[in-house]
Design a protein around this ligand. Structure first.
Ligand code: GTP
Ligand code: MG
Length: 455
């Protein structure tokens, strides 16, 4: 499996390099995933209320007391847990300053965050497959930045976008009720709910079924408010045995099973990572192709318009010059011929000014009418029913960026989109990415088969 994942990561990096970059750079599209992000290890982000048991769960996964735990808010920073032959702790500056690690982007959140960042290297088998990120517990926000001194929802979003699995822990005390929970769900996790695994932890603490039902109901109610889905996500109800905790009163069999399932999901992060990577490269390439094709078409329209305007100017100058020449040949007074030549030069100059104004007006008209360019360019595809909605929704997501680029750089600054460039990105989208995806699915299906047979 590891070999396949590396092979796919290599192929994706190749697609970005050969098919995406040549167009992306010239048509200035958004930043694409970096090599470090593509080839970096799969990421599991652990979020949740303070004291909900995040660090205890990390220690359970790594079978070691790596993280400090306790009932008071114990952690106000992010800890990245990665594989290392030797135990080591690195501080924030060493993490964001290392170009081989893909965390340089966190520098943008300021020094305050950097001082709240550390990395712990441990020699544990699980960390060979995934990197874990333990986070500060969510609390009731104090002030604009939650009293943290850095942009907490922004940082969570940064990690969540790069993560392959995001666990969100809740506990019986605060089933989705802290101020930051709402903020994180609406600002940091929107649009990535497919990566979310919701965990109701500390199930061993419930003294009665009624208490459990009340807390579970409250959690569902609160989640329903922040996750815009018709169905509720699956909630893993589980616990981690901690020394000295009172004996559980509810039967724990199912909660232990849920814990095993959760661990299995975390172990699947590498496969999810490749899946996410393929989705990302395909989504990015599709948007870029649309962006570049619309800009290219608008630029071609404008060039054609400019050529027409120039033809008009040149024709009128030539006409006046020819009239001058004929007048001389016909024996008209020299002054009359001079007058015609001067008129030709003046007409040329005036024509040039008018032509420039007309081209500028046409450019603004095209920039404001990119929707029309899109409709014209994709008229044939839009007639095929099942593509219509996909294509239009893709265009809605790209439009603002395309318009902004066309205004900032000017339509005439875009070189023509070449046929071979378009064919290369088409090939990536229509052949290479689907082939990689089916390779991955075949492999994950065959890895799952023995388990199905023994069940
Ligand atoms: N009974 C019980 N106690 C737990 C469980 N998980 C954690 N605890 C206890 O809850 C307390 C808080 O656990 P932590 O792991 O520190 O919680 P955290 O979410 O990392 O907290 P912060 O880092 O402060 O956000 C500790 O005293 C743990 O021993 C559990 O499943 N059951
Ligand atoms: Mg903790």
């Amino acid at each position: 499996m590891k070999q396949l994942l590396e092979e796919i990561a290599g192929a994706v990096a190749g697609i970005y390099r050969d098919a995406v970059d040549p167009i992306g750079e010239r048509f200035t599209f958004k930043r694409r995933a970096t090599e470090g992000e593509i080839k970096g290890p799969p990421l599991v982000l652990i979020l949740g209320n303070h004291s909900s048991g995040k660090s205890t769960f990390v220690n359970f996964l790594l079978d070691d007391d790596v993280q400090k735990t306790g009932l008071a808010p114990t952690d106000d920073g992010f800890t990245i847990l990665s594989f290392g032959e030797k135990e080591e702790v690195r501080d924030g500056n060493a993490i964001v300053g290392n170009p081989e690690l893909a965390y340089g982007g966190l520098r943008g959140f300021g020094d305050e965050l950097v001082t709240h960042l550390r990395m712990k290297l441990r020699n544990h088998e699980l960390l060979r497959q995934v990197t874990l990120v333990d986070s500060p517990g969510m609390i009731d926000a104090l002030g604009d930045d939650g009293g943290r001194g850095f942009d907490f929802p922004g940082t969570v979003r940064w990690f969540a976008e790069r993560a392959d699995v995001v666990l969100v822990f809740f506990d019986p005390d605060k089933p989705g009720t802290t101020g930051e929970t709402l903020q994180v769900f609406t600002q940091s996790l929107s649009g990535i709910d497919h990566k979310l695994l919701i965990v109701m932890n500390k199930m061993d603490q419930f003294r009665s079924l009624q208490d459990f039902a009340r807390a579970y109901g409250a959690l569902c109610w609160n989640l329903g408010k922040v996750i815009p889905r018709k169905d509720l996500p699956l909630i893993y109800t589980t616990f981690v045995p901690v020394p000295g905790a009172p004996e559980p009163l509810l039967p724990v069999g199912d909660f232990e099973k849920a814990r095993h399932e959760l661990v299995a999901e975390i172990q699947k992060a590498p496969a999810r990572r490749v899946d996410n990577m393929l989705t990302q490269v395909s989504d990015f390439s599709e948007k870029l192709r649309l962006h570049a094709r619309v800009l290219d078409q608008a630029a071609r329209d404008l060039r054609r318009f400019r050529a027409k305007a120039w033809t008009g100017v040149v024709a009128s100058v030539l006409l006046l010059a020819a009239a001058g020449a004929i007048a001389i040949a016909a024996g008209a007074s020299v002054w009359y011929a001079v007058f015609l030549f001067v008129a030709a030069v003046a007409a040329g100059y005036a024509g040039f000014i008018v032509q420039r104004a007309l081209v500028r007006r046409e450019e603004v008209h095209l920039q404001n009418g990119l929707d029309e360019v899109f409709e014209r360019l994709y008229a044939r595809e839009l007639l095929v029913r099942e593509r219509t909605e996909d294509l239009r929704s893709l265009w809605r997501r790209v439009h603002d960026r395309t318009r902004e680029t066309s205004i900032k750089l000017g339509l005439l600054s875009f070189p023509r989109l070449r046929k071979d460039e378009l064919a290369r990105i088409d090939q990536a989208l229509e052949r290479e990415i689907p082939e990689l995806r089916s390779k991955l699915h075949k492999k994950t299906a065959s890895a799952r088969e023995p388990a199905v047979q023994t069940a």
